[in-house]
Design a protein. Structure first.
Length: 125
């Protein structure tokens, strides 16, 4: 199938499909006229890529994990270092969430302190 057909079947824009190709995630064949030709499994591969992106994985991580993926969900088969890659990403997300929670608390503290100052009568200052 050509890129337009793959785009229609997956709901992914052609420029995104070309990006996935540039990242090594999709490997179309080239016809004699230079058109990209995708195999029937490309629809599943694109679904896998989209789901793994939703999990917060980078395209570099997805390139590493994609050979371990089966089905559109995707299910991940045990591959060397698979779990460590996933756990490392999860640790990174947890660290980011912690940092955001700390920032959120500091902002709440500034708001509270500023509101308290604003409610103090001018003669009391």
């Amino acid at each position: 199938m050509l890129i337009g057909e793959l785009s229609r079947r997956t709901g992914v824009h052609a420029h995104q499909l070309r990006y996935y190709e540039a990242q090594g995630l999709l490997e179309p064949r080239r016809s004699a006229n230079g058109y990209r030709e995708y195999g029937g499994n490309a629809v599943v591969t694109v679904a896998q890529i989209r789901k793994l992106l939703q999990a917060g994985l980078s395209t570099q991580e997805i390139e590493y994990l994609l050979p371990c993926a089966t089905g559109a969900a995707p299910d991940l088969e045990p591959c060397p270092e698979l779990l460590e890659t996933l756990r490392a990403r999860l640790r990174g997300l947890d660290d980011h969430i912690d940092a955001l929670a700390r920032s959120r608390q500091v902002l709440h503290d500034y708001i509270d302190a500023t509101e308290r100052r604003g409610s103090t009568p001018a003669s009391a200052v």
